[in-house]
Write a protein that binds this ligand. Structure first.
Ligand SMILES: NC(=O)c1ccc[n+]([C@@H]2O[C@H](COP(=O)([O-])OP(=O)(O)OC[C@H]3O[C@@H](n4cnc5c(N)ncnc54)[C@H](O)[C@@H]3O)[C@@H](O)[C@H]2O)c1
Length: 340
């Protein structure tokens, strides 16, 4: 087993640079190559990080025998083609969220992962966000009792986040799949796989966008737990992923942009039914890509389990696609999960 991995990062955006910093910070990993079709972004990254190899053609990296693993940070529509090509070439892959825009594409990626025996992780970065990690631990420890309602929101304004060459403005890149996948994945991670979804959507804020810009969805989670996701890409407020976990013995209110999470607990001895809210300090780090790269490289070096598997990424896409379908069809949709 190797003790150092040469890693290539495809894409040279601000988000991609976070990944590059993560690779540089990680012992046992070397930032060996970068790639972007935009020459000015490529040159800037190569100079900033002193990377040995830089190219505008990602296919040159597919055939480079010195590359062990690849981080794909390109527009969502390119994830499947790039992931499949790198896996087939014997590289391990960390692919940004959403894994792909359709369940069929996710299944193709999983099939190739199986066939080649390579490793694929999906960058559902909320699983590395300190506030959400703390919420998950509190729920799992039983601190708030049995869950009965979970909710999360992806409240954003995409006015200035259209993507390089406007790639986000695409009828195939629905806001629920592209961005709302964060909130859906967070709830799935903590409450399990929802069985059914119903949703309403509208299109009042980003009217030049080709998809609905606001969706409210409700879910039936395992054990009769109810759930709600709110996705907006045209919100007149700061970005937030405020999320609340309601249990029979307590409530957790958290998001990825606050320095504390709020905990209410059952208080049978006190005068009230529940305690005054306790503010638990937590680091704000809503794009904790350093932690994501850390666990990815650890899994590759140790041969251990992938922390965020392709099946997890695909299941989140399945829920997101069912949510879009429910809003479009105006009826509840039973969610089918990939079986590869
Ligand atoms: N985890 C998160 O919270 C998070 C945040 C932002 C973006 N993302 C994801 O990261 C991916 C990239 O988003 P972004 O914000 O960096 O977008 P961006 O528009 O800022 O950058 C995309 C880059 O990809 C490059 N590119 C396009 N086609 C290419 C090709 N064929 N070969 C090489 N480079 C190519 C573009 O030139 C551009 O520099 C998307 O999948 C997005 O959903 C995730």
């Amino acid at each position: 087993m190797k003790n150092n991995l040469n890693i290539a990062v495809i894409g040279c955006s601000g988000m991609a640079k976070n990944h590059m910093r993560g690779v540089i910070a990680k012992e046992g990993a070397t930032l060996y190559a970068v790639c972007d079709t935009a020459q000015e972004r490529l040159t800037a990254c190569r100079e900033e990080f002193s990377v040995p190899v830089a190219t505008t053609d990602w296919r040159e990296l597919v055939s480079d025998p010195l590359i062990d693993a690849v981080v794909i940070v390109t527009p969502d529509k390119l994830h499947t083609e790039m992931t499949v090509a790198f896996l087939r070439a014997g590289k391990d892959v960390l692919c940004e969220k959403p894994m792909a825009l359709t369940v069929a594409e996710c299944e193709e990626m999983m099939r190739v992962e199986k066939e080649t025996g390579r490793r694929l992780m999906i960058g559902q970065v909320c699983r590395c966000t300190p506030a959400f990690l703390m919420a998950k631990e509190l729920v799992a420890s039983g601190r708030i009792g049995e869950l009965f309602f979970v909710e999360s929101e992806y409240a954003h304004h995409y006015g200035k986040a259209r993507g390089y060459d406007d790639w986000r403005v695409d009828p195939d890149r629905h806001a629920v799949i592209g961005g709302g996948c964060h909130a859906i994945d967070l709830l799935r991670w903590i409450a399990g796989d929802p069985e059914e979804v119903y949703a309403y959507a509208n299109h009042k804020s980003l009217t030049d966008w080709p998809v609905d810009d606001c969706t409210i969805a409700i879910y039936r989670f395992p054990g009769g737990v109810s759930g709600k996701v709110f996705v907006s890409i045209g919100c007149m407020r700061d970005y937030t992923m405020r999320s609340v976990f309601y249990g029979t013995r307590g409530t957790i209110i958290c998001d990825n942009t606050s320095p504390t999470i709020t905990l209410y607990e059952n208080d049978p001895e006190g005068g009230k039914k529940f305690t005054d809210p306790v503010k638990l300090p937590v680091e704000i780090n809503n794009h904790n890509v350093v932690a994501e790269i850390d666990v990815f490289v650890n899994a590759l070096l140790s041969g251990g389990e992938m922390p965020i598997t392709s099946m997890e990424g695909a299941a989140t896409v399945a829920v997101a696609c069912a949510t879009v379908e429910a809003a479009r069809e105006g009826r509840p949709i039973r969610i089918s999960y990939p079986t590869v």
